[in-house]
Design a protein around this ligand. Structure first.
Ligand SMILES: Nc1ncnc2c1ncn2[C@@H]1O[C@H](COP(=O)(O)OP(=O)(O)O)[C@@H](O)[C@H]1O
Ligand SMILES: O=P(O)(O)OC[C@H](O)CO
Length: 495
């Protein structure tokens, strides 16, 4: 009973990671699954794939580590957020593919609600904006478009859940229909101040409340995995959305602490303590984690394209074969050229929230080469982060601005990108030794809940630095670069 199994169900793959009693990562298994794009702007996952890759990677990692199931004391779950599943409570079968967070199909409906003046009340209750990103309008779409769904939901035959909730239902054999507060906070249906589903918003969107799961703390009893799955019952004791789990894994426990995760997209979360700060800059107010019934709030900036711009250089332009090649290219870029890339491939997220605009490249000359494009791609991630942090500083003014940014995610491996980030935000960037912070956060929640892992302060003390990047760009150059980026974004929005 000395290990914790973390399940990280992400947008493109499912992973299972085992941590030992000292919170050291001992083994990992990963499996990708198919992305479905039935129409332009639509993104779906087959819920059977989410389930089978989750169960498969759990089995694989236990075998890889040479462990007995009896060695696993508890499971922690972390997941892609907002992605919406509706299933039949009697058969456990989903009635439609999962609608993924990136899916824009409800953009018109969101625009109609905004035009009718509903955004202020939605923001006041949920901390979010009327954007297709969140679960609520996706759930409504399923109820409206799957034959018979609405009447079945009203009769209590259908259940809704984010991915954590669907996996808990499957793992427990339909015994538990529950989610945690961080996932609930991304649905557009949850009152983050009162800590309960909002009747007002459910009525507005036409969501029968009996479909909604029970909301628990992030470290809590989420039931037992049924014994026929892995050979023995295992308790589920931790659940958090992946960006919130990374905030926990980075030990951002004090107000003012800030982390930014660079995967496909980039998500920056600033711990604001027990106060839900209302953004004046279209950032999101969300729950970072909830322990002992007490929510800790965060301001969040969500960028849809970060590492994905590097993937585009590789798969779209084919100017690199591997993501790491961007670094030597960027180093060789001509300092005299001012190529700026705005990677609004699926619109711009925070703080602009323009789902309709598309990407652009400025400042091209006949001498522009892959070198300058690679540099512009890496720089675009730094510039976007700077926009978020500016907005956060403004919203959090007077409360002690964050001094250091803790980073993680695949793209944080790029020294060049992290140095530019530090230069452009003019603040230190700290990269920890453990880059698997999302899984670690989920494991810690579960391990702490069963008493295997230490409490918050002792866990925070185990955070260890790999490398600190310090700002080194002359101020004048920094200002010139920011001005060029700002002009490029304005032109992109106007196009
Ligand atoms: N050395 C690198 N330089 C730049 N980008 C990188 C590097 N290594 C990985 N990436 C980018 O990081 C992303 C993968 O990070 P990961 O945290 O695994 O993402 P996700 O969980 O969203 O799938 C990819 O988009 C990839 O392009
Ligand atoms: O699965 P990821 O790592 O791309 O994260 C997705 C986010 O949770 C979306 O809000």
């Amino acid at each position: 009973m000395s290990h914790i199994l973390a399940i990280d169900q992400g947008t493109t793959s499912s992973r299972a990671i085992l941590f030992d009693a000292s919170m050291r990562l001992v083994a990992m298994a990963q499996e990708e699954f198919e992305q479905h794009f039935p129409q332009s702007g639509w993104v779906e996952h087959d819920p059977n794939d989410l389930w089978s890759t989750t169960a498969g990677t759990c089995r694989a990692v236990i075998e890889k580590a040479g462990l007995n199931v009896a060695d696993i004391a508890a499971i922690g779950i972390t997941n892609q957020r907002e992605t919406t599943v509706v299933w039949d409570r009697h058969t456990g079968r989903a009635i439609h593919n999962a609608i993924v967070w990136q899916d824009r199909r409800t953009a018109d409906y969101c625009a109609d609600l905004r035009a009718a003046g509903h955004e202020p009340i939605v923001t006041e209750r949920t901390g979010l904006l009327l954007d297709p990103y969140f679960s609520g309008t996706k759930l409504r779409w399923i109820l409206e478009n799957v034959e018979g769904a609405r009447s079945k939901a009203q009769a209590g035959d259908l259940l809704f859940g984010t991915v954590d909730c669907f996996l808990i239902w499957k793992l427990t054999g339909g015994r538990v229909h529950a989610t945690d507060a961080t996932n609930a906070a991304r649905t557009l249906l949850y009152d983050i101040r009162k800590g309960r589903w909002s009747r007002t918003i459910c009525d507005l969107l036409g969501i029968p409340m009996r479909m909604l799961p029970e909301v628990r703390d992030s470290a809590a009893d989420f039931g037992m995995v049924r014994d026929d799955l892995f050979g023995r019952e295992i308790p589920i004791r931790g659940v958090a959305g992946d960006q919130q789990a990374a905030t926990v894994g980075q030990a951002c426990f004090r107000p003012g602490m800030l982390k930014s995760t660079y995967g496909t997209g980039c998500f920056a979360l600033l711990n604001t303590g027990d106060t839900p700060v209302v953004s004046q800059n279209r950032l999101l107010t969300t729950i970072a984690y909830q322990l002992d019934g007490k929510p800790t709030y965060a301001l969040e900036g969500s960028i849809f394209v970060a590492g994905a711009v590097v993937q585009w250089l590789r798969d779209g332009l084919k100017i690199i074969r591997e993501a790491s090649e961007t670094q030597p290219l960027a180093e060789k870029a001509d300092p005299g050229q001012n190529v700026v890339l705005v990677p609004a491939f699926t619109g711009l997220g925070a703080p602009y929230w323009r789902p309709d605009c598309r990407g652009a490249i400025f400042g091209l000359t006949r001498n522009s080469r892959p070198e300058e494009l690679a540099r512009a791609a890496l720089e675009s991630v730094g510039f976007q982060t700077r926009d978020l942090l500016q907005a956060m500083r403004d919203d959090w003014a007077g409360q002690g601005a964050q001094a250091v940014l803790r980073v993680d995610g695949g793209m944080s491996a790029s020294d060049w990108a992290m140095q530019f980030l530090s230069d452009i935000i003019d603040a230190p960037v700290d990269r920890p030794q453990v880059l698997e912070t999302t899984a670690l956060g989920a494991a810690w929640l579960a391990g702490m809940q069963i008493g295997l892992y230490p409490g918050q302060a002792e866990f925070a003390a185990t955070w260890a630095l790999d490398r600190q990047f310090l700002p080194a760009m002359p101020e004048r150059r920094r200002q010139e670069k920011i001005a060029a980026w700002t002009r490029a974004v304005e032109a992109t929005l106007a196009f």
